[in-house]
Design a protein around this ligand. Structure first.
Ligand code: NAD
Length: 488
């Protein structure tokens, strides 16, 4: 099938309504909104625009389904996840096309995300049957302690546009494995991948009411009443730090359990003893994956003065050679930014740095449309006062700054309110451990530019949030601990 035929087919097949209690339906008000292709600015399809009534209906359905779902044997829950994993992989080309259309990333990047997203379902299909407790003797020898872990109950998930499927499956996999039901609100910029996934989950046997999806352009108004409802037991949010703070405040009313996967400002540190070829490869990956629109994107490059020129020139050469274009076209490595507002933000950060004295080594400006393209950019000699060293860039821009000592590198790396991930390149084993221990982050890429892995606990510290997704830790977010004091 040609790409154009596939494009037509996936758009014709994607669901566009709300999914509540096992049925697709329009929103209570019957309104819709358009989903745009960021590489053309054209509307792809209209999707139901839900509101608070719809979200509360979704919570009704999730609440009703909760007890049966929690009582469903964990093997059965795991097998639904496993079948879904296999179905996603079998349909990865169609799903990738849909994702590229709504989000803009190149098809290869979408295939990568689809596989990564599916892998969370596989991982948690395996974890579902391993939720255990413990039984121990009281230290005084009299009684016994019984500790059990039970599903927290109905959850609300709010996810961002940058990874439209994976940010969902990182929550859905462990929630379903633990026995929780869900109301999901995907980002209005990219709802289609989640709607397509919902279809597949139900085809693979997920019972009605276990997953309910509400798309909306009024995120706060739609989710607010759900967060305030005492039937909700957990809020998991992935998105920006300012929105996360507001949601934490709202969640405090019901003392909801909360997980927050928030913004980042990842430092990428290159020591003079690093393998420079590997560091440049890692830099390209850490910066350019997802067009720089990733919470894990390297936001600033701290490079030892003795290798900074070599590193910067090589990085600039690599970024300058990357093919920018519509993600559906052959060989494209860099798609558009998600919307004009995002491009304006990148533009203003680069202009600010340049006016403060930074040198443009490649790129440095927006590219002609249609679509919200921005040239892959490397900036050298970036002064401390440049805003882009402190703010999340979320675009294909790499600022490079020099350091002289290990202490200086650590202090520059930690000089941010964020603490999601840091990348570190060195061939000195002691230094690797020393610096890793000193970095105030939840994750470290040691001589590698990619940390995301379903088998690992993903998450941050400081204002990058709390809670972990993936790994053995991921399912704990969806389990309550109950301790029983046993008198013999
Ligand atoms: P955003 O905070 O604007 O939106 C995220 C989600 O929250 C969307 O679904 C949006 O509709 C919803 N939302 C917005 N305002 C809301 C409100 N008042 N009440 C309820 N929901 C609301 O973020 P974004 O622009 O979609 O995503 C980019 C941000 O996400 C970046 O800061 C990025 O670092 C972060 N992110 C973090 C991780 C992580 O795992 N730490 C992963 C991906 C993205």
């Amino acid at each position: 099938m040609t790409d154009t035929a596939l494009e037509t087919k996936v758009l014709a097949g994607v669901p566009t309504q709300l999914f509540i209690g096992g049925t697709w339906r329009d929103g209570a008000k019957g309104r819709t909104f358009g989903v745009e292709d960021p590489s053309t600015g054209k509307t792809l399809v209209q999707v139901s625009d839900g509101d608070a009534d719809d979200a509360l209906a979704a919570l009704d359905a999730a609440t009703q389904a909760q007890a049966d779902w929690a009582a469903t044997p964990s093997r059965q829950r795991g097998e639904i996840l496993r079948r879904t994993y296999e179905t996603i992989i079998a349909r990865q080309d169609e799903l990738a096309m849909l994702m590229t259309l709504e989000m803009g990333k190149p098809l290869s990047g979408s295939v990568g995300e689809i596989r990564y997203a599916a892998d969370f379902l596989r991982w948690f299909s395996e974890e579902a049957v391993r939720v255990d407790g413990r039984y121990t003797a009281e230290p005084n020898g009299n009684g016994r302690l019984l500790v059990m872990r039970q599903p927290v109950g109905p959850c609300l998930f709010i996810t961002p546009w940058n990874f439209p499927m994976a940010m969902g499956t990182r929550k859905l996999g462990p929630a379903f494995a633990a026995g929780c039901t869900v109301v999901m609100k995907p980002a209005d910029l990219t709802p289609l991948s989640m709607l397509a996934l919902t279809n597949i989950l139900h085809e693979c046997g997920l019972p009605p009411g276990v997953l309910n999806v509400v798309t909306t352009t009024d995120a706060g108004g739609t989710t607010g009443p759900v967060i305030a409802d005492p039937r909700l037991r957990k809020l998991s949010f992935t998105g920006s730090t300012p929105v996360g703070k507001r949601l934490m405040a709202a969640a405090s009313e019901q003392v909801l359990r909360v997980s927050m996967e928030l913004g980042g400002n990842a430092p990428f540190v290159v020591f003079p003893d690093a393998d420079l070829d590997a560091a440049v490869d890692g830099a390209v990956e850490a910066k350019m994956r997802n067009i720089g629109e990733a919470c894990t994107a390297a936001n600033r490059f701290h490079v030892h003065r003795s290798v900074i020129q070599d590193f910067s020139e090589r990085l600039a050469k690599r970024l300058a050679a990357m093919k920018v274009g519509r993600g559906t076209e052959d060989g494209v490595e860099v798609g558009p930014l998600i919307e004009e507002k995002a491009r304006q933000k990148v533009r203003s950060l680069v202009d600010d740095a340049v006016s403060a004295g930074a040198k443009v080594l490649t790129g440095g400006g927006a590219l002609d449309g249609p679509g919200y393209f921005y040239a892959p950019t490397v900036l050298g000699e970036v002064p401390d006062r440049a805003r882009l060293l402190r703010e999340e860039i979320f675009g294909p821009v790499a600022p490079v700054v020099a350091f002289d000592s290990e202490e200086e590198a650590i202090s520059a790396a930690n000089a941010t309110e964020f603490g999601l991930v840091a990348y570190l390149y060195t061939s000195d084993f002691s230094r690797a451990l020393r610096v890793t221990e000193a970095l105030e982050v939840g994750m470290v890429g040691l001589n590698q530019g990619l940390v995301s892995n379903p088998a690992a606990p993903f998450g941050g510290v400081k204002q990058s949030g709390f809670g972990r997704e993936g790994g053995r830790e991921g399912i704990d977010e969806y389990l309550n601990v109950k301790y029983v004091a046993v008198h013999l």
